[in-house]
Design a protein around this ligand. Structure first.
Ligand SMILES: Cc1cc2nc3c(=O)[nH]c(=O)nc-3n(C[C@H](O)[C@H](O)[C@H](O)COP(=O)(O)O)c2cc1C
Length: 300
């Protein structure tokens, strides 16, 4: 993020707000009855200094796997490898996978546009085989739109060695527990997010830049919808995160259900209940085994 100072903190990022953006936030809060609150913007600052500090902690704690997204982790590969760590990177385009593989990344997660959270333009089905071909023998995990054993088998057949699931884990009993403990979210907000995902259909998500400045898939909600309708500002990452942080905290404090931002992918339409994470994994493996047996037995 060359446009922000290396050691940017909350105050530095706030100084990069445009006057129009500040005015819009004020008016948006008033129009939508979102009370003024002090957000957690300080925890949304992804500066170079901050990222490098996190990596140092991973090295010190001997974390076996460092996973990076929305950026190029090539800078940390030599030190990671020297300390016995593996580095994995998320990508949404074959050319990015190629560059990272050439730079020595150990695994690639190729994530299709169907996925929840930050996402690209290419669907999982065309993305995986193209990435597999271009970076072989570097192992590829498939992500985006996978939440059961059928998805796992499909990913294997496309050449992936495994899958990386997101949305389905948001609807597990363990989801966001650490974030609640850290004060990043609340039990009420997590319950609301899970309720919205369980109720969602396949068509209830959209891609928006309103939360972080980068394309992100979320269940449609009044915060994103109204911001877009009212032509709200979209600043660069992570300035946008800081811009909306106080409003988001207001939504939390006033428990404005419709304004909660439930990040999730198109597979949300298939998710019908909240369950323990272990059960999700058991069911994925059990179903994949059955599918493989069926395919093996009749050759189809
Ligand atoms: C709520 C939520 C938050 C996410 N946050 C991150 C993140 O911080 N870093 C990251 O690399 N991917 C993040 N992702 C993407 C996931 O790692 C994963 O690739 C994606 O959810 C897979 O697609 P699926 O949602 O269809 O399972 C997030 C996804 C969701 C649903």
């Amino acid at each position: 993020l060359a446009y922000i100072p290396e050691n940017a903190d909350e105050e530095v990022l706030k100084s990069l707000f445009t006057p129009e953006a500040v005015e819009f936030v004020e008016k948006f809060g008033a129009r939508h009855d979102i009370p003024k609150a002090k957000g957690i913007a300080g925890l949304q600052v992804f500066s170079t200094v901050y990222t490098r500090a996190i990596f140092k902690i991973c090295v010190k704690e001997k974390i076996p796997l460092f996973v990076s997204a929305v950026g190029d982790p090539s800078w940390c590969i030599p030190e990671a490898h020297a300390n016995g760590m593996k580095v994995m990177s998320m990508i949404g385009l074959p050319k990015h996978a190629k560059r990272l593989s050439d730079n020595g990344v150990d695994f690639i997660v190729a994530q299709g546009t169907e996925a929840g959270g930050h996402t690209g333009r290419i669907g999982t089905m065309p993305l995986i085989p193209q990435v597999v071909d271009i970076i072989a023998p570097t192992p590829v995990l498939a992500a985006g739109g996978i939440a059961d054993g059928r998805g796992l088998v499909a990913a294997l057949s496309l050449g992936a060695v495994g899958v990386w699931l997101g949305s389905v884990f948001v609807t597990t009993e363990e989801a966001y527990l650490e974030s609640i403990e850290m004060g990043l979210t609340t039990r009420w907000e997590v319950d609301t997010i899970q309720k919205r995902i369980v109720a969602a259909t396949a068509d209830d998500t959209t891609i928006t830049r309103t939360l972080t400045g980068k394309t992100l898939r979320t269940i449609k909600n009044k915060f994103q919808g109204s911001w877009e309708e009212e032509n709200g500002p979209v600043l660069k990452t992570p300035i946008q995160n800081v811009l909306v942080a106080d409003l988001q905290q207001g939504v939390r404090e006033a428990q404005k259900e419709d304004y909660v931002y439930p990040l999730a992918g198109q597979i949300a339409g298939m998710i019908k209940e909240v369950k323990p994470a272990a059960q999700v994994i058991e069911q994925v493996v059990e179903q994949a085994t059955k599918v493989l047996e069926r395919l093996g037995s009749n050759g189809r």
